[in-house]
Ligand binder design. Sequence first.
Ligand SMILES: Nc1ncnc2c1ncn2[C@@H]1O[C@H](COP(=O)(O)OP(=O)(O)OP(=O)(O)O)[C@@H](O)[C@H]1O
Length: 231
Amino acid sequence: MVTVTNLHKRFGSQKVLNGLNLETNVAGIIAVLGPNGSGKTTLIKSLLGMVIPQQGKIAVNGKKIRRQSDYRQEIDYLPQIANFPGNLTVKELIGMIKDLRGKPARDKELIAFFGIENFLDKKLSKLSGGTRQKVNIVLCFMFDSPLIILDEPTSGLDPASLIKLRELLQKEKAAGKTIIITSHIMNFVEETADRILFLLEGVIYFNGSITELKTQTGQDDLEHAIAQILT
Ligand SMILES: Nc1ncnc2c1ncn2[C@@H]1O[C@H](COP(=O)(O)OP(=O)(O)OP(=O)(O)O)[C@@H](O)[C@H]1O
């Protein structure tokens, strides 16, 4: 579904992606991990065409994305920080995004799933961080796209909402979707991801299952396995 070949991205003199290669051709949940500043968001934004690499090729569903935008219709994206105007109500924001995208949306089902019906008439600026994240998740999932990219989806969510998010991800995976997630919450990754991509020094340093990572590092839990890679 996503193929990345020899991707290079630097900001000024800082090399962030340094010949990165990646292929995701099976449905499932892929966690992109790595220390702060290792380039996870840069990789995600490159897939979305929001960051333009200096070198390398990216193809989504077999089509090169360079200078293209139509392919984005098939991707749902949850940004790490979503900056929507605070004076809009939740209902207005959802309506606006639906109008912009022009596709059928399952917003009502997701609003009920996350239990945010009572916040629809509230302004975004008045919402708590966790409720705002639930709104962002509804916005992201409502178009039912085959590829979903989530940058730190757990941000601000309480334990009950984390369970809901996990349930939603499993449903989407069962529907044959590919889901790419970044997260620093290893517990969440361990319970959701089928595959780990670990970014270090601008390349994918590890690509495999959680079991493989644990075996390779000789560690019993994911947190220690990751720490072992870093040392
Ligand atoms: N637009 C930009 N201009 C300059 N530098 C940037 C820009 N975007 C990212 N960087 C730098 O690139 C590096 C990688 O950033 P990126 O956000 O991809 O890391 P990350 O792995 O997602 O980090 P985190 O875990 O903290 O979210 C960082 O050093 C960051 O400061």
